[in-house]
Ligand binder design. Structure first.
Ligand SMILES: Nc1ncnc2c1ncn2[C@@H]1O[C@H](COP(=O)(O)OP(=O)(O)O)[C@@H](O)[C@H]1O
Ligand SMILES: [Mg+2]
Length: 366
């Protein structure tokens, strides 16, 4: 039993319908929607080019009625979209409440395990505290996939956060188009396209999404504050972590931001929470502060400690390989990572840095 969760509108129903197209050639699929009518699903299926003959649709919210049909039809795969709309008549609370969600999931699980049918269940994430959100279900199901991305941006990432029978290190990167989700085979290229040239306040880093290295652009802006209290804003990066980095830059490296507004933006709607991103965030801010661009073909990564020291990061070889692969010629890395480099680094200059103070000079000179 697999839970697919994510914000409303992110594309959960879309990816499931597209899965139906691929699996429908071989298998009989029952797709139950409590959110859309059969007609609406048909309209979407036409837009996505889903033509499978083996796809059975059902618009229903009564979980007992659904499971009865499952026992009769014996599909090879069951899809429930979404768990929050399902209703168990034995329970008085309204659909979407914790008890309803939990009981409906249990009922689906029993039927699915009895009949040995894989079940894919959609669960919405509620922004304000996971009220009956997928969190309460995570321990019941076998695998949990998160579908993430910025709704105003077309990139989507499918990430495994729990998997009883396999790895959680794989991710899928997709582009949401008119004709549905399209796989992005080389996310780094897509994310770096349209990068401004010779501009201060932009820096490229390499993050690990699961076991996959992805290059991402971080933009920083430091500008004179118009009010007494300087503003700080971070999009795609943790706000508190940004404040901490600003404090470290000021106290340990002498870059003064206290009378400046500071902004950070991760391009492409990515959300980066890996410590290895620290150095790129710091460099983007310093570059904007000094109005000196980071050199075009330079990539940086490293975790910054409270003393301003650069701490080693994981997957050093994978990150450098990706940088080489995309034609970067310079890589600023934590000094303590240098001895772990085992790949051939011909064609790329690797600079090991011990302190954030030293990093900007290396990153900025051409
Ligand atoms: N005609 C369209 N062209 C391009 N994208 C569309 C179109 N219709 C819907 N979408 C995309 O699909 C998203 C809705 O996907 P959906 O699978 O219904 O999300 P979920 O099931 O996660 O709530 C929209 O936010 C939009 O990005
Ligand atoms: Mg949906």
């Amino acid at each position: 039993m697999v839970l697919i969760s994510g914000d409303p509108g992110i594309g959960k129903s879309t990816i499931l319908l597209q899965i139906c197209q691929h699996l429908g050639n071989l298998l009989k699929i029952l797709y139950v929607s409590g959110e859309e009518s059969v007609k609406q699903i048909k309209l979407r299926a036409s837009r996505l080019g889903v033509t499978s003959e083996n796809l059975l649709l059902m618009a229903e919210t009564d979980i007992q009625a659904i499971l009865e049909q499952v026992s009769v039809l014996k599909p090879d795969i069951l899809i429930i979209d979404s768990i929050q709309t399902m209703n168990h008549t034995d329970i008085s609370s309204s659909p979407g409440s914790i008890t309803q969600v939990r009981e409906c999931t249990n009922a689906i699980m029993h039927t699915a395990k009895d009949l040995e049918i894989p079940a894919l269940v959609v669960g919405h994430v509620n922004k304000d505290g996971a009220i009956a959100g997928p969190k309460v279900l995570e321990h019941i199901v076998d695998a949990v996939l998160y579908f993430e991305g910025d709704r105003h941006n077309s990139y989507r990432i499918l990430r495994a956060v729990k998997n009883r029978y396999g790895s959680t290190n794989e991710i899928g990167v997709f582009d949401m188009t008119e004709a549905g989700l399209r796989e992005i085979e080389n996310p780094s290229v897509a994310l770096l396209s349209g990068r401004p040239q010779y501009t201060a306040g932009t820096c490229v880093t390499c993050v690990m999404e699961g076991s996959r290295p992805i290059l991402a652009e971080i933009q920083g802006l430091a500008s004179t504050t118009g009010f007494g209290n300087p503003r700080r804003m971070a999009t795609g990066f943790d706000y508190n972590r940004m404040s901490l980095l600003l404090a470290v830059l000021e106290k340990r490296a002498g870059y003064y931001f206290s009378n400046l507004d500071a902004y950070i933006n991760v391009v492409g709607g990515l959300r980066l929470d890996e410590p290895a991103v620290d150095l790129a965030v710091a460099m983007a801010l310093v570059s904007s502060l000094k109005d000196v661009p980071i050199s075009e073909n330079c990539l940086v990564f490293g975790e910054i400690g409270l003393a301003g020291e650069l701490r080693a990061v994981s997957h050093i070889n994978a990150r450098i390989s990706e940088a080489i692969h995309l034609g970067f010629q310079k890589c600023i890395v934590p000094y303590h990572n240098l001895k772990q480099i085992t790949i051939n680094t011909k064609g790329i200059q690797i600079t090991g840095v011990r302190h954030v103070r030293e990093a900007f000079e290396s990153a900025a000179d051409a």
